[in-house]
Design a protein around this ligand. Sequence first.
Ligand code: NBP
Length: 481
Amino acid sequence: MSQKADIALIGLAVMGQNLILNMDSKGFIVCAYNRTIEKVTQFLNNEAKGSNVIGATSLQDMVSKLRIPRKIMLLVKAGSAVDEFINNLIPLLQPGDIIIDGGNSEYQDTARRCNELEVKGLLYVGSGVSGGEEGARYGPSLMPGGHHEAWKHIQPIFQSICAKADNEPCCEWVGEGGAGHFVKMVHNGIEYGDMQLICEAYDLMRNLGLTQSEMSKQFARWNSEELDSFLIEITRDILNYKNSEGELLLRIRDTAGQKGTGKWTAIAALQYGVPVTLIGEAVFSRCLSALKNERVEASKLLKGAATKPSVANLQNFLNHIKHALYCAKIVSYAQGFMLMREAAKENGWNLNYGGIALMWRGGCIIRSAFLGNIKEAFTRNPQLSNLLLDGFFKKAIESGQESWRQVVSHAFMWGIPVPALSSALSFYDGYRSEKLPANLLQAQRDFFGAHTYELLGQEGKFVHTNWTGTGGNVSASTYDA
Ligand code: NBP
């Protein structure tokens, strides 16, 4: 009888194929399966030729080829395909077997599946996988969560195939239920934010008349400093890219699509009541970009600022842009970690924030030197309540904030949209405000809806005032504004 496989992988599209080849290269025996069976043979005869990968012709065949406890990883389209496979696998498995979903599933679906499988004695893991095709092949960032009992069985495979940063694996157990997919969702939201910030820096530079080659040089310089990251690096290369028709970027339509994980992050932020403003703006910016036809019409009708973009000292201003980008990025990550902290509280997850920073440090799209600084912040103080309060980041914003304010105010005067840079600055100013104008909000709500208010020094005691002398003295018990 031939050797049994260590793991089965279902879904032979780009992610599945590359993860299989990665596992194979690390010495694990993988059994490959796909809904369209012909793709298994195609894969074995082409990409996996010469490897130890084995194929299966049916789910029964696949299950019979696995070591116990069986480990089956799904890399299929998120949604009903995952449920269909789980339902078809249940009758074929034994208690203690493990199903792993490595797709971009919604974290609440993962939590539901965890509960459903627990009743049947099966272990379920929802794992974030980041890094795209190349990451999957040579070392992704992996964010597994679900039934903790599964971790000791999958840990050797996961920590062997994942990316490494400073010799540490970019994969650690995240937490119970949907925790792994939640953290992956926030990662994707942060990716949206980073990309939007870079786009705003690019927009400012091109409005100041820089050529693509000059902008590329700026990004190259920034990539050797505190902004050192994969996204800055690829932006440098995109700006430099030319084909037979010249600079490609100039010919790309200015409308961006989305697959939904950024939107999910913004929805979760609203649901948990956490002001994740920068990612929200990044999602809305993509929505605004998609209104191309409307924007073309509006551009002919609506007047903008009277002041044309220009600066006395270009080099100085470019440095201001770098600081603005860095400060706003700090706010974005601080907001993302605030969201994870609140979700952890509500879901009973014991998240290791330094460990999460390390998981994102290598392999994934937001990989950067900056994540190393975040890891260090949580190592210094594992109980850190907000990244903005860490000494390193506090100092970074102190030294960059004048530049940040210059950039945002100039952009407003020139009529250049900078939603992410500016919303981050407003958040920063709000977060550091001892007094916000919400006293007036309380008064307004009580005035028109008898919603009551709290007096300073008497927190927790809600009172109502008859502001006009004509309303009653009864306060509202329902919340409607
Ligand atoms: P896709 O998301 O394109 O999914 C293709 C796979 O899903 C194929 O195996 C296909 O089988 C299967 N499938 C579909 Br589509 N509908 C199905 C159904 N109703 N029942 C059973 N199988 C079905 O592949 P991918 O881009 O490799 O991504 C896989 C997962 O990883 C997704 O959740 C994705 O969001 C996530 N992810 C992707 C990336 C990336 O860079 N692409 C990065 C990180 C995470 P077939 O061959 O029979 O049609």
